[in-house]
Design a protein around this ligand. Structure first.
Ligand SMILES: *Cc1c(COP(=O)(O)O)cnc(C)c1O
Length: 232
């Protein structure tokens, strides 16, 4: 059975307090968006969390489509945070407010083409494979500048920032160095002032490490199990 709405509200309240604590510790006065990672959660559970989060992040196109059809997000924006195959781009462009996971030029081009066809501009983040893990998609840190330069030519693509999923850490604080690397890349790209590129969002930090991510400059954290409980 789904956790009760009251329990979700309390957990999210505690997360918000911890987010505020990290902002204070970092001496920051900007805001952090709480993106609830809602993969595998049913529409009813998602709807219960909707009043308390800023947006939802889905990993699977099918779940995004189904939950949108069920009005599960309660008017909150849906983001796409999973690996996106080019043959599913059509179902995501225009439905997801922000696609966090652009990990190849081929995908960027495909999103651009679909957005042009629909007469809209799609906001995206570039996913970085910050731990150079073979099992993960994403652009290598050393290739990100040339990647952004190429992707900037796609006129229906708004590049709004960076996203990463660092390696699973074995002890608290282990991912600090990855978060710092990402923040440096974010600042470097921002300084270049490419067309169609605005480094507004740095999406990093999950249930286990969002506090550290915020210390290093994250302004979107994607949190699943700390809100919904462990996934089955
Ligand atoms: C599942 C998921 C999350 C949230 O993970 P938790 O550890 O449950 O907080 C964040 N980002 C992505 C891309 C995910 O797939």
């Amino acid at each position: 059975m789904a956790d009760g709405a009251e329990k979700l509200r309390e957990r999210i309240e505690r997360i918000r307090e911890r987010i505020d604590g990290a902002l204070t510790a970092a001496g920051r006065s900007d805001r952090v968006y709480l993106c609830a990672a809602s993969k595998t959660q049913d529409a009813e559970t998602v709807r219960s969390a909707a009043p308390y989060v800023d947006m939802f992040g889905e990993n699977r196109v099918q779940e995004l489509t189904a939950k949108l059809a069920q009005n599960a997000y309660g008017g909150k924006p849906a983001h796409f945070v999973g690996h996106l195959q080019t043959n599913k781009v059509r179902q995501v462009v225009g439905s997801a407010e922000l696609i966090h996971s652009v990990d190849s030029l081929r995908l960027a081009e495909s999103i651009d083409r679909e957005a042009q066809k629909r007469g809209l501009r799609q906001d995206v983040l570039i996913e970085i494979n910050v731990g150079a893990e073979a099992s993960k998609s994403g652009i290598a840190p050393e290739e990100i500048l040339s990647f952004v330069e190429s992707a900037a030519s796609f006129s229906a693509l708004n590049i709004r920032g960076l996203m990463a999923i660092p390696p699973k850490s074995e002890f608290p604080g282990q991912n600090r160095r990855y978060f710092e690397t990402l923040f440096k890349l974010f600042i470097d790209i921002k300084a270049k002032k490419y067309d169609n590129v605005n480094m507004d969002y740095l999406s990093m930090g999950m249930s286990e490490d969002y506090y550290d991510a915020i210390l290093s400059g994250a302004n979107i954290v994607r949190i699943g199990s700390a809100i919904f409980g462990p996934r089955k």
